[in-house]
Design a protein around this ligand. Structure first.
Ligand code: ADP
Length: 626
């Protein structure tokens, strides 16, 4: 006998076992979602069948209309969900219901292990088929892949792997094609046998499924319980906010509320319907490299693909549907990439999405703020990648600034200081760290606003030397800054006694420091940035900002060049250098090491640094005593 005909027990992949353990012992109260997940799988299976039948019409030659049927059986205590979609063969049952392929599920699991309240997270994340173990203590899945003779049954109680065996003769005859899922409900989940419960859940979560969903009571004929229309094809005027919200949840497979809805029909050279949503919360896998887009491509109501790159990568959080009237149905997945009609659609729809963001940011800043907080770091990738829309994306961007608020560049430019001609920013790892960065001192003393940029992508797009409203963006950790024409704020205590402080002899001091530091730095110069701190490190005027260099170096994509050490000529430590020949070398090294620490780096030799610091402190102490 071959493995193709024998019954077998197989263990679950470790992640599945972990997920199932969670489902079986779930204390998550909104168990209703299991039905939505099963219906959504059934609908995907019907979509796939319809797609495959374009090339192989035999698959649907029986003429059976596509449907999902829900059949409660109170005597047996079972709820059965049946679809006549594509079905699964033996290997597919093993692969699909024994392992986890989705990148998102893995990040979900790692989140769960970190979070104390795992149950709450279930609701934010579709856990698919496995969620049925919240309500069932045993599940059997019997399936026939469309067009194949053999029928297989998968069954599991969740804990201890699953069994896979050829279906009984009777089961095989009953299932012409597709999948039948029998849930043996837990005692506390028996409410799901009530027709009104099933209808309530379907109308709440699954009304938008394009295919008929039927309820088959024990004692009656099946009847359709959803509207089964493609919502995006209906006129806007007929639809209520509630309809959209529901469509978002069922089409987008989401649990939150949409922060933005875009529904329109394009007519002209090409006709297509668009229904897109922006979520209001971040999914777990937003930054996973394998994450695909979530916009589904339909052609005349037939699902074609969900990975057709219908929007650029920086809009990968948008979910929804684009349904074309003109594309050929037999468009193969390979052909999707370069299809000129699709390229046009992509361009037009991208423009519409950005336009919608623009108007939302004006009309409903609160909702736009939600989108920005969740997806700003992704949208900003577009400033770097999408040359054509750079200006628009910059204008949409919101930045935390030294003002303490999130501000747009338009707001920034409207409140420039007299004689200020540049937009200043500083890139770093965290707002807190940036706020205490000495490179801000002089700007703060002048009341100049500075953008504090902390997303990894910020180091990249800022390197493109952009400007906004005719004002260049300028890093405070790169090149020269000249605040000379911008007055100090008078009532600043630090500024009042500033002129009283002694100024070190610039030429001698710099020569001594240069001599002490040798090739550890590329240059030493007097700083315009500092008021209270003694020193800071900056990058040269051309080339990359220090933060970008560091990021690239971490990925082995470039070397870190030698920085410039800037020193504050009014600082007592700096003033001491020219006078105290004995300590000049140690003091110079200390200026460099301090600046490194303030930039979040380690001194080259931390032990030597500690030693040096101790020596200097001890010297100071002994002087005080003596
Ligand atoms: P997801 O649906 O998000 O991929 P699931 O765990 O719900 O995750 O399902 C895993 C896979 O099992 C699906 O991707 C699909 O290939 C397969 N599958 C699940 N239910 C069905 C079904 N009713 N018919 C055909 N295939 C199914």
């Amino acid at each position: 006998m071959t493995t193709d005909t024998i019954a077998e027990h197989q263990p679950f992949q470790a992640e599945v076992a972990e997920l199932l353990h969670l489902m079986v012992h779930s204390v998550y109260s909104e168990t209703d979602i299991f039905l939505r997940e099963l219906i959504s799988n059934g609908s995907d299976a019907l979509d796939k069948l319809r797609y495959e039948a374009i090339a192989a019409p035999d698959l649907t030659a029986d003429g059976e209309p596509p449907r999902i049927r829900i059949a409660p059986d109170k005597n047996a205590g079972t709820l059965t969900v049946i679809d006549n979609g594509i079905g699964m063969d033996r290997q597919e049952l093993i692969d699909n219901l024994g392992t986890i392929a989705r990148s998102g599920t893995k990040s979900f699991l790692s989140r769960l292990t970190e979070a104390k309240d795992g149950a709450g997270l279930i609701g934010q994340f579709g856990v698919g088929f496995y969620s049925a173990f919240m309500v069932a203590d045993r599940i059997t899945v019997t399936s026939r892949r469309a067009g194949r003779p053999e029928v297989w049954t998968w069954s599991s109680s969740g804990g201890n792997g699953f069994d896979i065996a050829p279906a009984t003769e009777e089961d095989g005859q009953r299932i012409g094609r597709g999948t039948e899922i029998v849930l043996h409900l837990k005692p506390e989940a028996k409410k799901y046998l009530e027709s009104h419960e099933i209808e309530r859940i379907v109308s709440a979560y699954s009304d938008n499924i394009q295919f008929a969903i039927e309820l088959k009571p024990e004692d009656g004929e099946p009847r359709q319980i959803n509207s089964a229309s493609a919502l995006w094809q209906r006129p806007k005027s007929e639809l209520k906010p509630e309809d959209y919200k529901q469509a978002y949840r069922s089409i987008g497979g989401a649990f939150d509320d949409p922060a933005m809805t875009l529904h329109y029909r394009a007519e002209g050279r090409q006709s297509y319907a668009v229904l897109l949503f922006s979520p209001s919360t971040k999914p777990f896998d937003l930054f996973e490299p394998t994450r695909k887009g979530h916009v589904k491509l339909y052609v005349r109501r037939v699902f074609i693909a969900d990975d057709a790159d219908l929007l650029p990568g920086y809009l990968r959080f948008i979910r929804g549907v684009i349904d074309s009237e003109d594309l050929p149905l037999n468009l193969s997945r390979e052909m999707l990439q370069n299809n000129p009609q699709l390229v046009q659609i992509r361009k037009a729809v991208t423009g519409r999405v950005i336009g919608e963001f623009e108007s939302l940011s004006e009309k409903d800043p609160e909702n736009f703020g939600k989108i920005w907080d969740a997806f700003g770091p992704v949208i900003k990738e577009g400033i770097w990648e999408d040359f054509e829309r750079r200006e628009k994306l910059l204008a949409l961007s919101r930045f935390t600034t030294t003002s303490g608020e999130k501000r747009s560049l338009k707001q920034y430019v409207e409140s420039l200081k007299p004689n200020q001609t540049e937009i200043y920013y500083l890139v770093g790892d965290s707002i807190e760290r940036l706020k205490s960065n000495p490179k801000l001192e002089s700007a703060i003393a002048r009341g100049i606003e500075v953008l504090l940029l902390t997303d990894p992508v910020d180091a990249f797009w800022t390197s493109a030397q952009l400007d906004f409203g005719g004002k260049p963006l300028k890093s405070l950790s790169q090149g020269d800054v000249d605040f000379g024409l911008i007055p100090l704020i008078d009532d600043n205590a630090d500024n009042a006694d500033k002129d009283k402080k002694p100024v070190a002899d610039e030429a001698t001091t710099i020569a001594v420091i240069k001599d002490a530091l040798g090739d550890k730095v590329s240059d030493v110069r007097a700083s315009q940035r500092l008021t209270t701190s003694a020193s800071c490190l900056v990058a040269g005027g051309a080339g990359r900002d220090r933060q970008l260099e560091r990021l690239l170096a971490m990925e082995n994509r470039g070397a870190v060049t030698k920085p410039i050490l800037e020193i504050n000529m009014r600082h007592p430590l700096v003033a001491a250098i020219a006078e105290r020949k004995d300590a000049a070398r140690d003091l110079s090294l200390l200026l460099l090491e301090q600046a490194q620490i303030l930039d979040g780096e380690l001194p080259e030799d931390p032990a030597a640094f500690a030693n040096r610091l101790n020596q200097l402190v001890l010297r100071g102490l002994s002087k005080e005593n003596g």
